[in-house]
Structures are given as C-alpha cells and as structure tokens.
Design a protein around this ligand. Structure first.
Ligand code: PRP
Ligand code: URA
Length: 687
C-alpha cells in the first residue's frame, strides 16, 4: 500500500492546545450527521425514539471502545449510522423503542460473531461474501440516500412551496466558507474547514434572525441524558429485532468499505493491522452498547474518512479526545440546547459536501479494486442493488420486513454468489478442456507423422507410452544476443499475466505495459540527435530521438497486443503488419499477410510477438523482412522458450531478442511451459 503523507500520523500526539482544537474540530465535523440521525429517526417514526444527548454519549463511548479493541491502531471515530434511520423508525413503530433497541443490540452481536469467526478462520470468506462489487454500491446507496436529506436541510427540495431564502443563503454561505477554507486557507485554518464553515453559518443565521435562543435559556447547565435501558425502560423482544438484523450486512459492508477507503488515505492497511476482526469487534461492541443505552447504532463513519482525508490528521489521540468531548458535551444541558438551535440550513450547507463523500467513497472502492463493468455480472449486481436500495423497495417475509438498503445488501450478496463468476473464465475453462481433447487428437496425428519419419525430434512419453514431439532443450548460457528483462515490476506484471484467472481486459493491458518495458530496454542503444531548446530558465542543447526512423512490425494477431505499449512511448514510429499463423498440426508458420511502411529497409525495425515458442513464426517474419532489404532488426517478445531462442540465433544471429521471461521448455503440443497459454486467444478473448 502506498505510504501517504499525513499531517499527524496515527500515534502522533499534538501539543495540548492544538490537540484540543483538533479534537473539537473532529467532533464538530461529525455533528451534522450525529445529531441528524436522532432528528430524522424521530421525524420518520412520528415519536421520540432517540435524543441528541444520548447520541453524543454513545458515539463517544463507542469510539473509546473501538480504540481499545483496535489497540489504538485505527483512526476511526464512530458516530450515528445513517443506515439505521429507516430500520430504527420502522422497528420503533412496530415494537416500540425497546424493540428497536433490541434489534440494534442484535446487530452488535452479529458483528462480534463475525469478528470471532474471522479471528478463527481468517477473512477470505467475508471477501467472497462481500467483494468490492457488493460493498461499493452499498456505500454509494448509503451516501446517495442521504442526498435528499441534505437538500431538504437547505430547504430547496422539489415541491417546497415557500422557499426560505434566508435559509438558502445561510446554507450556501456555510458551504462556500467550508469549501473556500478547504481550498485556500493556510496553516491551521485549512484543517478545520467544517468548524469554520459551521461557525460562520451560525453567526450569519443569528444576524439574519434565524436562531431562537429560548431553549438555551431554559436548559439546565448540566443534565443527565435520557438513557433508555433494557429491563428498566422496556423488556427486550425479538420481533422487530429480526427486521433490523439484516442491516448488519449493510453496515459490515460499510465497515469494510470505510476501512478500505481510510487505509488508502492514510497509506496503512487497517484490514491487516489491527485486523478486520478487531475493527469489527470494536464496531460491534460500540453498536451493542449504543442499543443498551438507547442511542443510535454506531458506524465507522464515511464522514470520518472524509475528514481524515481532507485534513490528513490520522491521530488516534485526536479522535480519542474528540470521543471524550462528545461524552462530556452530552451532559452539558446548555450546550445540547445550543446545538439544537443550529438551523437546518447550516447543517445542510456542510452536509452538501459531506454526504457526497460517502457516495464517492463507494465509487472509489469500485475503482481502486478495478471492478470491471465490461462484465455483465458486475453490471447486473450493481444495477439491481442501486435500484432496490434507492427506490424504496420492501419485501415482507412473515413478521420480518426487509427493505431498502437491507434488501439491496441481501440481493447483492445472493447475486454475487449465484451469477457465474466470470463469463470469460468459465468459457476459458471449458475451452481449455476442449482444447486439451483436440490437442490430444493432434498429438496422435503428430505421432503418426513421426512414425512416417516426417519429424526428426521424437521421444517416448513415459506416462502414457505414446510418442510425442519434443524439441531438445538448449543449454542455458550467457548470451549477448538475448536480453531477459530482470526487474521486480516486470516479474510482478508477468505473474498476473500468466494467471489463468486474469480476464481479457487486464491481460490486454498487461501485454501493452510489458511491451512498453521491452521497448524501453530495446531503445537502450538508440542514437539521439542534438536540438536546441529553451527551458523557462535558459537555452540548452538537448537530445531527441528521431522517432520517424523506427518501424514496429507486430506479427498478427497477438503481436498487435504489444503495439499499444510501444506507440505510447514512440508515437511517431511507422507501423507495418506481418500476418502469420502457426499450423496446429505441424507447428509450421503459414504466411497470410505482409504490409510494411515505405522505406522499411532504412529503418530500425522492432518485430513484436508475445510468444517465441518453436521460433518458426518469428524466424519466418524476419526472413521476409530481410527479403525486403531490412538489416537492422530487433525481436521483442513477452515469453521465450529455449527452443525458439536457439532457432532464432541459428537462423538470424544478427537479430537481438528482448524478452520479459525465458521459460523452461515447450510441451508436446508446442506450447511454452509454464507460459501463459494462447496469447492471441487471451488478448482477443476468442476462446
Ligand atoms: C502464436 C504467437 C506466435 C506463435 C509462436 O501465434 O503469437 O506468433 O504462435 O509460436 P512459434 O514460435 O512456435 O511459431 P498463433 O499462430 O497462435 O496465431 P495468433 O496470434 O493469431 O493466435
Ligand atoms: N503460441 C502461444 O500463443 N502460446 C504458446 O505457448 C506458444 C505459441
């Protein structure tokens, strides 16, 4: 994972004053969402299910528990989860506040069970169950489903009959101040954009007469939050709990997504260290305790990722102090009353920026994990999840109703398990079997030919006692005319390329990329011409390549796959084509096309073909070029077999071979071992 440049690293403790201010900024940055969840749940349920003071206290306690469980190695602030708004409201209507709280505790227990299984069996199964194609759309749904709440806070939802222009002005002002602070502020102000934005929006609201201070005047300085406790406030029941429980799929997915996104931002893989089992345990314990005290369920917070991403402050010290402030603030009656006077428009201005980040994080999960939307299965999974998750779907099974996000999560998991993993892979596998059958038949033909004396190199296959073609392995000796790229990056790319699970798109890209590396090496002796240029500072004599002097000649078809990489680095080279295929029976090259640029004889020619197997195709292509008078030729391939190298060096000792790997041998069917299979078919997805 790429190291990230952080202003404050995970274990860095800032000086006291800065620490306090940063912690306040963190806790306030979370405010928009933390206090909004109780407000929205109550509005949806039509009764008081949650309160702001309890939400603050449970988010603080939850964060401290999380820090404890993760041994202070993960910079995450836990806050009220938006994923629970609808389930909590529905649960409370069905089974009262107690039923909703029991549901949340059950979700916490599910987290802890999953964490325990991961600790014992590892996390591979969870990745299979919740791969990026399920997690990405899930996080997008959570973010996008909040979009309308930000818009309604601003007061410009479609259908709003009387627009409160003062509110809209405040929201826009808050948004602009936050955005400008992010973009332009210097030093410390740059890392507290949300605090600056909210404070500015609040001041403007006071000036415009949008704030009513009566609740603050009436509130006590200190007050105990209204905790809702099991067996005291209610008797736990399982009915509504089962309706809420499926949401665990969503929030576990969100948890993994947030941690993956945060890992990228801070340059440390949190899924490995402290480990998914510990982060899930912390999150689960926090959610359980929230249910126990009557607060909203906790989540690892997309907003936290956004704030850490923007401020580059990943200090657990800052987050821990923010948690303590949240707990204390929950007991400050005057303060919570003051918070309740923050106009919706101010929250809307900040949310406009924050909620988008959640959805964008979902997109990032898809992009960073290279989810290929060229594959129909991915399109089907994401499409159905997005529509069900955002379209307000709900399915009742007995007393349990699965709706919205839960339904999208369940469907995403099921589709991912049921749909064929990879169309191409399945086809490849089938074709591989067919090919083997076909080639066994072909081997028999070769045996026949051998028997008739048509092939000189023959040997016995001890295993099945049939005669097969085998080309003698050449001795491995230092060779000036053979350059094997020896570089960790090339080795890395080759390992993906060789993998039979690698799909067409990635395979094609890798062939181009390795082609580029080969070109880089082959141009090592290139002659440069002197030119005079002027830098912004002064004139200098510089050196340039005369790109026009070069010609690239891919051998059709597979050679064209390498072309992309080469023309990226020498875009003005001329391009020709040599059409040739290898007869499957005799392994001899068959010519079918030849078109080269004018004046080819005066150019330096790079012949491209990913595979140098028996060497038949490469040698014949070069022979044709020599017939045209070309004298300056290099041969570039991804994988060479010793047999092909030997043939090339015998027939064209003047041609230098550049390859990314020199493999072990050819098999009885003329394929390179271990090789990568049929290059042409894998590049073009023809089998
Ligand atoms: C492959 C490969 C080379 C040739 C190498 O092409 O791209 O051109 O085999 O084998 P050789 O050195 O033993 O001749 P193929 O004949 O399969 O044609 P394709 O590129 O169209 O698939
Ligand atoms: N051609 C290929 O595409 N692959 C081999 O292994 C040999 C020849």
């Amino acid at each position: 994972m790429k190291e990230a440049k952080l202003t404050l690293d995970i274990n860095e403790k800032p000086p006291v004053l800065k620490w306090i201010i940063l912690a306040l900024q963190h806790v306030f940055a979370m405010f928009g969402a933390t206090i909004l969840v109780p407000i929205l749940v109550n509005a949806a349920a039509g009764t008081t299910v949650l309160t702001i003071p309890v939400a603050l206290v449970t988010s603080g306690i939850g964060t401290l528990l999380y820090i404890l469980c993760t041994k202070g190695k993960s910079p995450v602030y836990l806050g009220s989860s938006f994923a629970f708004i609808t389930p909590l409201a529905v649960g409370a209507v069905k089974a009262g506040v107690g039923g909703a709280m029991t549901g949340m505790m059950l979700v916490g227990i599910i987290y802890m069970i999953v964490a325990a299984i991961i600790a014992i069996c590892g996390k591979d199964w969870i990745h299979k169950l919740l791969p990026p194609i399920v997690i990405g759309p899930m996080i997008m749904i959570i973010g996008l489903s909040l979009a309308s709440s930000a818009v309604s806070q601003i007061g410009i939802s479609a259908g709003t009959e009387v627009i409160d222009y003062k509110g809209v002005i405040v929201a826009l002002f808050t948004f602009l101040v936050t955005a400008v602070t992010m973009l332009k502020a210097k030093g410390f102000l740059k890392i507290i954009p949300f605090l600056v934005g909210m404070a500015s929006g609040y001041v403007l609201s006071v000036i415009l007469g949008l704030v009513d201070f009566t609740p603050v005047l009436e509130a006590a300085f200190f007050s105990i939050p209204d905790f809702v406790l099991p067996f005291i406030s209610y008797t736990p029941t399982l009915g509504a709990a089962l309706t809420i429980a499926p949401i665990a799929i969503v929030t576990i997915a969100e948890h993994i997504g947030d941690h993956s996104a945060l890992s990228t931002i801070i340059g440390k893989d949190l899924i490995k260290e402290p480990g998914l089992n510990r982060t899930l345990l912390g999150d689960g314990l926090a959610t359980f305790v929230a249910g126990l005290l009557g607060g909203p369920a906790n989540t690892t917070y997309g907003e936290n990722t956004a704030v850490v991403g923007m401020t580059k402050i990943a200090s657990v010290w800052v987050i821990g102090l923010a948690a303590i402030f949240a707990i204390l603030l929950g007991f400050l009656g005057k303060f919570t009353a003051l918070v309740s006077t923050i106009p919706n428009a101010v929250l809307g201005g900040v949310s406009l920026l924050l909620y988008g980040f959640i959805a964008v994080n979902g997109l990032k999960v898809l992009i960073e994990n290279r989810v290929d939307f060229g594959k129909s299965r991915n399109v089907i999974i994401a499409s159905s999840m997005l529509v069900l998750g955002l379209g307000g779907a709900a399915i009742g099974i007995g007393t349990v109703t699965v709706s919205g996000m839960s339904l999208a999560a369940v469907i995403g998991v099921i589709l991912n398990l049921l749909l064929p993993k990879d169309d191409e892979e399945v086809t490849e596998e089938k074709v591989e079997n067919k090919k083997e059958e076909k080639e066994e038949a072909k081997a028999e033909v070769v045996v026949e030919n051998n028997k008739k004396g048509k092939n000189k190199n023959k040997t016995k296959n001890a295993k099945n006692n049939t005669e097969v073609v085998r080309v003698e392995k050449v001795e491995e000796k230092p060779n000036d005319n053979l350059v094997v790229l020896n570089h960790p990056l090339v080795e890395h790319k080759l390992s993906i390329l060789r993998d039979k699970k690698t799909g067409t798109k990635e395979f094609r890209e890798l062939v181009g990329e390795i082609g580029m590396f080969l070109c880089y090496e082959a141009m090592n002796d290139a002659e440069l011409e002197e030119v005079e240029i002027e830098t912004p500072i002064q004139k200098i004599d510089a050196k340039r390549l005369n790109e026009d002097k070069y010609a690239f000649l891919p051998i059709l078809r597979a050679g064209t796959g390498m072309l992309d990489g080469l023309i990226k680095v020498i875009p003005n080279a001329k391009i020709g084509h040599i059409g040739m295929y290898r007869n499957e029976e005799t392994l001899q090259p068959v010519r079918y096309f030849f078109k080269v640029p004018n004046g080819i004889e005066n150019r330096e020619v790079l012949v491209l073909d990913p595979m140098l197997a028996t060497g038949g195709s490469g040698c014949d292509a070069i022979a044709q070029l020599k017939e045209e008078g070309v004298t300056n030729i290099k041969f570039l391939c991804l994988i060479a077999a010793p047999e092909g190298v030997e043939k090339m060096q015998k027939e064209h000792p003047d041609v230098k071979i550049y390859c990314a790997a020199l493999d072990e041998k050819l098999n009885e069917k003329g394929y390179i071992v271990p090789g990568l299979g049929d290059a042409g078919d894998r590049i073009f997805g023809t089998k």
